[in-house]
Design a protein around this ligand. Sequence first.
Ligand SMILES: Nc1ncnc2c1ncn2[C@@H]1O[C@H](COP(=O)(O)OP(=O)(O)O)[C@@H](O)[C@H]1O
Ligand SMILES: [Mg+2]
Length: 216
Amino acid sequence: MKGKFIVFEGIDGSGKTTQLKLLGEKLTALGCPVLYTREPGGTRVGELVRELLLNPQHGELVPRAEALLYAAARAQHVEQIILPALKKGTVVLCDRFLDSSLAYQGFGRGLDLSLLEQINRVATAGLVPDQVLLLDFCCDYGVDRISRSGRSADRIEREDREFHRRVRAGYLALAARDPRRYRVIDANRSIARVHCDLIKAVEGVLDALSTGNNRP
Ligand SMILES: Nc1ncnc2c1ncn2[C@@H]1O[C@H](COP(=O)(O)OP(=O)(O)O)[C@@H](O)[C@H]1O
Ligand SMILES: [Mg+2]
């Protein structure tokens, strides 16, 4: 596969969407073909599943059903959007991927990590990101950023601070397991400072793209 798969992770309000757009603009200016996408969603079917998952009216969803719905949307996304784009040599910038399931359904909801990995082996068909950019952010501010932005909190964002603390700690534990693939970025700073760090964090991956040292 010729492209690069770069994933943005972090709790709600950590700046993923903001930073993904800025990095995409930078890469486009450098002449890189870029695809922006997100999870859950990214496909027509996936966006329907997203609506189901994030709608606060569906409070009765049990953690296993939640995990399977995320995985179903992911399977569709990988096959329909991500793999074809990577084959064409595109840099895929994805707002959340597998680690969100491990952090939220695993560390947040308490589902067994190995069970989630098993479900997601099916969902991802073995696809792993070239780089995961973890925007590490103090949970106490995430909710404030969202409410300042003027939109109402979704079903997951409405979870309490303790839940978001577990998710944040989970993300850091996942990053510590594989420091080569993950870059932990301190997201408690200005948009410009975080962007600068992100550019540095993806340098290696992008160098490989331009020298043709690509995915197997
Ligand atoms: N570094 C930052 N400092 C201050 N505000 C920020 C920063 N990054 C993002 N924001 C603002 O916080 C809100 C949430 O950011 P967003 O990129 O949507 O986060 P996420 O996609 O991780 O939920 C937005 O209104 C955004 O403009
Ligand atoms: Mg976002």
